[in-house]
Design a protein around this ligand. Sequence first.
Ligand code: BG6
Length: 412
Amino acid sequence: RLQYVAGEFETDDVFNKLKQTLGDSGNVIFYLAVSSRFFKPIVERLGRAGLMKESDQGFRRVVIEKPFGHDYASAKDLNESILKFAGENQIYRIDHFLGKDTVQSILAVRFANALFEPIFRREYIDHVQITAAETIGVEARGGFYEQTGAFRDMVPNHLFQLLGMVAMEPPNSFDAEAVRDKKAEIFDAIQPLKPNDVVLGQYEKSATMAGYREEADVAPDSQVETYAAARVFVENWRWAGVPFYLRTGKRMTARRTEISVQLKAVPFLLFRDTPVDTLVPNVLTLRIDPEHGTTFDFNVKVPGPVMQVGAVKSSFKYGDFFDEKPNVGYETLLYDCMLGDETLFQRADSIETSWKAVDRVLHPEGRPLPVHGYTAGSAGPKEADELLKADGRAWRPLVDEHTQKADHDDKN
Ligand code: BG6
């Protein structure tokens, strides 16, 4: 049942061959998992060849991979160009994070429980940390990384999508437009990032691992970042003044994608001789990968005759309750595309506002942002620690404090 049509993306020939092969009827999805410079010429040629024309006989949809543009202007231009040849309802801008069950579950945790949603607001939340740490390096993708860098690869897309899920207002329904409207409001409310809100890093060789500059297809003096951290504010009634700290990096201590929502401290402590600042803050952590579940840090009385308060953690693991099937995100999203459900795909306006929020960082006035070194296998550059320290806060450890267990990418 497989046929292979070969040709060059930037010639008409292959599109005419495709048209002959596909005929006029039947449902068709064009999946553009190609270098981003080809998105525009391909959609244009699909349109010109009549391949985007839908009928009662079938739909025509196009899935577009990331990165969708490389800054605000290019994303806007790409949207304008492709929307000349396909309707917004035919375009599925994919971000595989949104297909992960643990990411979709953020909305379930927030909106299906009376306990959490009321406290997800500035009155109760001190700050939120969103982490996507990997132990792998750039692998065979040196060429791609040299063009893209960690910031563009992860921040305005994957990490902003997680932020959107944590921060959005409840939609009126799970209708695609209702959900996407609420998320769009958040991207629109992100205060444009300033260069001093961002720290970039590049991994350097360790005793056992090569540095980024030693990887294949990477310039020996490359200034491209493999780590990015950012302080983000959402300027709306619910979140004003609450920092969202985002970080992502390759070759870090552990593999860990998670969102930690840290509550404010209690106002004072009833128990004699126990100062408030010895209490652990309450933290709800939504663990996305490779552990799937949630943890909650809170305080209880330590057993014994003395009234002493101690920190504990309660955790829920998906595998303990459900029969987990491997799911990286793509399966769900491609199935949704077949069904015509756009809820988990990115709309043109959201993509543009996300890029807009980071444009000053991508095009700083004056000198480019410095890229700080960090040792492969560490927790990132010390400058990223200082970003939080300046606010009186610290990153959550990447290694489990109790078990000292660090997760690694499967590929390691
Ligand atoms: C991709 C990035 O979109 O996401 C990669 O291009 C990154 O650099 C990957 O490794 C992370 O995805 P996941 O699902 O493995 O966390």
